[in-house]
Ligand binder design. Structure first.
Ligand SMILES: Nc1ncnc2c1ncn2[C@@H]1O[C@H](COP(=O)(O)OP(=O)(O)OP(=O)(O)O)[C@@H](O)[C@H]1O
Ligand SMILES: [Mg+2]
Length: 254
């Protein structure tokens, strides 16, 4: 199995972190990444966050005043209380990063980043992503990186989210749903990660119900057994009240 290529494994780099991916889009990656970032920050660590590309900014209302220039004149399918991923991650980490430092590529249309970039007349540059991630990590104790969609989503025509995860060399956190269908989706993601030599540190099932049914309980055990990875659960959080969130610790460095 190839060794992680990334700079963050280097002892001198002094930065640890995680790469939060998932079985697909809208599965809970931001919630999980935010919970991990907040947990680390609450331990007194300086936490930086990173998201290679944010798409779908057209969906956000601008009434809460964040980044109004990005949203002006756009549709408002999400209420103003909801914030884009890079804003939520930054708040959870308590980092003073700029939008560009957290998410160097940001687009309005809700679509795969390679397509959103193409429609904007550009291509996402892997080298710029690697440099931006390293710059975000510089001076931080931990870097919490959220992917885009699932592992095989293209950032550029020949550069997948999985390639970035490999380049950064951070252990993966795989986010998945608790219910029916999740065994297959989760194990496919685990296999795709391992095929590229990526280390999976943790699987998180979210949102975990207060009273899980037998299928959900069984899914948790089955995934842990078949993937040989620690499985945690995250209950439904109130995104507006981070002080109420339970701690979610990242996998410990190997
Ligand atoms: N533990 C949880 N608490 C509250 N909401 C949750 C939780 N887990 C998932 N969700 C809900 O699931 C939806 C998707 O969550 P989230 O935005 O974190 O997904 P994502 O995987 O980051 O999506 P994207 O691919 O757009 O980045 C949101 O509506 C979110 O509120
Ligand atoms: Mg997200």
């Amino acid at each position: 199995m190839p060794a992680p290529r990334g700079p963050f494994r280097h002892p001198e780099a002094g930065t640890s972190g995680v790469f939060v991916t998932g079985t697909g889009t809208e599965v809970g990656k931001t919630v999980v990444a935010a919970a991990i970032a907040r947990t680390l920050a609450a331990e007194g660590k300086r936490v930086a966050v990173f998201k290679p590309a944010v798409t779908g900014l057209d969906d956000y209302d601008d009434a809460d005043g964040t980044e109004i220039d990005l949203y002006r004149g756009k549709s408002s399918r999400r209420p103003a209380v909801e914030r884009p991923d890079h804003v939520l991650l930054r708040e959870a980490a308590g980092s003073g990063q700029t939008d560009d430092e957290v998410a160097p590529y940001r687009y309005g249309p809700p679509m795969s980043p390679h397509l959103a970039a193409a429609l904007a007349g550009e291509e996402i540059d892997p080298e710029r992503l690697r440099e931006a991630a390293q710059a975000a990590a510089a001076g931080a104790d931990a870097l919490v990186c959220e992917g885009v969609g699932g592992l095989l989503v293209p950032l550029a025509p020949d550069y997948l989210v999985r390639d970035l995860a490999a380049d950064l060399g951070l252990p993966l956190v795989v986010v998945a749903s608790p219910g029916l269908g999740t065994i297959n989706h989760t194990l496919l993601t685990v296999e795709a990660a391992r095929a590229a030599g990526l280390e999976i540190g943790l699987i998180v099932l979210t949102p975990w119900p207060d009273s899980p049914n037998p299928i959900e309980e069984s899914n948790r055990e089955t995934i842990a057994a078949l993937a040989s990875v620690r499985v945690e659960t995250l209950p439904r959080l109130d995104p507006r009240d981070p002080s109420s969130w339970p701690a979610l610790s990242p996998p410990s460095p190997k």
